[in-house]
Design a protein around this ligand. Sequence first.
Ligand code: ZN
Length: 153
Amino acid sequence: MSYLLSSAAIHIFVYCWITMPKQKLTIEQVKKISPKTLLKIIQRAKNYLKTNDVWKDMCKEYNVDVNVIDLIPMKFGDLEVSARTSRGVITFSWKLLEGGDFFKNVHYVIHESEHFLGQCYGEHPTQGASDGNYLDNKDEQAGFQRQLEYIDD
Ligand SMILES: [Zn+2]
């Protein structure tokens, strides 16, 4: 009997959890998320990408192991744009956490990781997004290409 009761309770809990709409967080709430939780959010995205075909292809092209993603420094910060990669460090805008679900923004991780690989393992110096015409920028084109492949997958 107690088994039945507890399994019903779990069922209700799971049901509520699934149907509960993801609450939109304010930027103030987002900035209060503990560093430990932020790292967990980033690690979850990294672990997922290790199994993703687009990331696997990128690693093959740059001749690096898929686990290199664990070595890419990633953090959240105040940015005018959604994300940027500077000197091998990726920063995501706090805004990407406002929806309460970073996972739907993993395509930004793909885009910036392309820049990371280009900056750290590429054979030519990379061009900054604000450096010259954005649309003619080969490094930005590469980032967007990966992002589209990921979204289309
Ligand atoms: Zn870019």
